[in-house]
Design a protein around this ligand. Sequence first.
Ligand SMILES: CC(C)(COP(=O)(O)OP(=O)(O)OC[C@H]1O[C@@H](n2cnc3c(N)ncnc32)[C@H](O)[C@@H]1O)[C@@H](O)C(=O)NCCC(=O)NCCS
Ligand SMILES: Nc1ncnc2c1ncn2[C@@H]1O[C@H](COP(=O)(O)OP(=O)(O)OP(=O)(O)O)[C@@H](O)[C@H]1O
Length: 198
Amino acid sequence: MRIGLTGGIATGKSTVSRLLEAEGVRIVDADVIARNVMNPGQPLLEAVAKRFGPEFLLPEGGLDRRRMAEHIFNRPEEREALNAIVHPAIRAEIRRQVEAWEAASPNVIVAADIPLLYESGLEELYEKIVVVYVPQEVQRSRLMLRDKLSPEQADSRLNSQLDIEEKKHRADYVIDNSGSMEDTKRQVEELLEKLRSR
Ligand SMILES: CC(C)(COP(=O)(O)OP(=O)(O)OC[C@H]1O[C@@H](n2cnc3c(N)ncnc32)[C@H](O)[C@@H]1O)[C@@H](O)C(=O)NCCC(=O)NCCS
Ligand SMILES: Nc1ncnc2c1ncn2[C@@H]1O[C@H](COP(=O)(O)OP(=O)(O)OP(=O)(O)O)[C@@H](O)[C@H]1O
């Protein structure tokens, strides 16, 4: 069974992924894949340098992530340009990993953790979609704290994504991660019970 796991930036997708993994769910992580397709030497980096300029690459050959983040999160057209270069490769690799887990064991539950699942129109690829939700104020303060961002930097990232309330509204299942870790863990267990009894 294929589950899409999404939410907004810093709502707790990785936290929920770890809880699911401890219960035997196989995880495919789009952020990790996105990083790997831009490791030094990866062909996509050439396309990035061609479109954005060589100053977006580090001397060691990898992507200058900080610089690219500053550049794209306030500029929708530039963000779209980066997405157009990297998203096809990310999608192909997500698919490859999901299929590999399924081929390895027939009854497995695979959860693909994809922050931009709705923004990229990937709903149809998953049987059920789980949204990890916190209210935007909680999201904003956890984001600033974790990534040491200014309020302006945090807001530009938040504004680059579909509103978390909209994602909650569209979800098949919602995990509310605004309470304690224990509370989230209980919800994850309940979710798995529902998924396994289907
Ligand atoms: C811009 C980059 C270099 C910034 O790197 P940085 O290390 O600061 O952030 P990181 O990759 O850990 O992403 C953190 C979060 O930002 C959000 N985010 C990242 N890219 C985007 C984007 N193109 N649009 C909207 N939100 C995004 C996601 O919620 C993600 O979980 C990097 O995010 C990137 O390469 N983005 C393009 C690929 C992408 O879309 N990745 C996210 C989904 S697969
Ligand atoms: N229930 C909770 N209570 C308090 N803090 C939490 C809780 N869940 C997660 N956090 C913290 O909030 C931050 C965001 O969580 P996490 O990294 O899991 O989010 P994410 O959705 O995976 O983020 P991203 O989209 O950037 O990958 C982290 O610093 C995490 O430690």
